[in-house]
Design a binder for this molecule. Structure first.
Ligand code: CP3
Length: 352
């Protein structure tokens, strides 16, 4: 039996219900800016061991909640677990980010990719979800997540991070059918992965489309949004008698917020290049909005941070449906105390 939620502000805001204040959490809230995270990662040996050891993944998930008054927990894992489970051989080279030993380059590579069974090769993620849910004991809701098919495909084809996306865009323009086959297989994998996270205890879902913003409007619809739509349509949207809200986040996707809202998702992540008042107009208040403080504001003084928190709250304006967050992940070299200043400012300044 799961404990009733003591703090459901996050779920209520995503349902656009009235809340006593604006809920807040932060992308990458568990991570390298926290000395206690670095300690556990060192103990684990490397990042993937940390992800695949449920007790350690649970410990680092809870670290930011023990330090700050956050209104949601996010599963400690990575979007690249799916390609790893498809056999691409994920590894992290220090200072260089993720790399795949077996990137996808040809039609034959795409054809041989399996759709992973989440209870088999991704079982460690489900075990982390259920462990975290048990240890949270109803404190705040748990967010599960995955990458968007387009964003996963960029890493799978490039073999790691990229600046110009020459290989994935090369396939887009020279062999779009193979790319579509890869995106479809990835979307099917994401659907069963996220549904398994919900069955294991995730109470809300977020889809990270970090690289959708590098596409032209026409290609965004065809190669990114279409597959996020397939996912939204395939997800379990209720669990334990409660709605499981789904949030889509396309970094640099401000111009597409209207068509993203058309997917039937519950919320949209917004980065700092779009004003929240404009985002509300563009989406016609049909969905909740999550964001959008520039992560670099946390390099400023406490006064500067409070000032910019107020500006974000003002830009959203009155009415329900706002979840406060950064516009992208928290930077590695931010002073953790500055995040505390931000969280307390949101609580104080948004109390109604
Ligand atoms: O938000 C959280 O606290 C939950 C954990 C989480 C991580 N990655 C942990 C992580 C989440 C939600 C992600 C998502 C993710 N991973 C995305 C989408 C969101 C975004 O940031 O745009 C992407 C593109 C990845 C792929 C990835 N994983 C990259 C590019 C890197 C290297 C990052 C870097 O700056 O070097 C990772 C590794 C990673 N994932 C770390 C963490 C805490 C750092 C690993 C370390 O300890 O060295």
């Amino acid at each position: 039996m799961s404990q009733p939620l003591q703090n459901d502000l996050y779920l209520r805001a995503l349902n656009r219900e009235e809340t006593s204040r604006t809920p807040v959490w932060v992308m990458r809230q568990a991570g390298r800016y926290l000395p206690e995270y670095l300690k556990v990662r060192k103990q684990a040996g490397d990042f993937m061991t940390l992800c695949s050891t449920p007790d350690l993944a649970c410990e680092v998930t809870l670290q930011p909640l023990d330090r700050f008054n956050l209104d949601a927990a996010i599963l400690f894992s990575d979007i690249l677990t799916i390609p790893d489970a498809m056999g691409l051989g994920l590894h992290f080279e220090t200072g260089e980010g993720p790399k795949f030993s077996n990137p996808v380059r040809t039609r034959a590579d795409v054809e041989k990719l399996p759709i992973p069974d989440p209870m088999d090769s991704l079982r460690y993620v489900m075990d982390a979800v259920s462990t975290i849910r048990r240890e949270l004991n109803g404190r705040v809701p748990l967010i599960g997540f995955s990458g968007s098919p387009w964003t996963l495909a960029t890493y799978m084809i490039e073999g790691g991070g990229s600046k110009d996306f020459s290989k994935v865009k090369g396939m887009l323009f020279s062999d779009p059918e193979s790319l579509h086959m890869l995106l479809d297989k990835t979307a099917q994998s994401v659907i069963s992965y996220l549904n398994a996270q919900v069955e294991s205890g995730a109470q809300s879902l977020m889809i990270f489309d970090t690289w959708g913003g590098v596409l032209s409007p026409e290609n965004y619809r065809e190669f990114s949004l279409r597959y996020m739509q397939q996912i939204v349509d395939g997800l379990k949207r209720e669990s334990d008698g409660r709605k499981v809200p789904v949030v889509l986040f396309t970094k640099n996707g401000g111009q597409w917020l209207d068509i993203m809202a058309d997917t039937g998702c519950d919320g949209l992540g917004v980065d700092w290049t779009t004003n929240l008042a404009d985002a509300r107009i563009k989406t016609g208040d049909r969905v909740a909005l999550q964001g959008n403080l520039d992560p670099s504001v946390l390099y400023g003084s406490p006064e500067v941070i409070k000032h910019h928190v107020q500006k974000v709250l003002d830009s959203y304006g009155p009415g329900p449906g706002h979840v406060f967050n950064l516009g992208h992940g928290i930077h590695q070299f931010v002073n953790p105390e500055h995040l505390g200043v931000m969280v307390e400012a949101v609580r104080e300044l948004s109390t109604r």
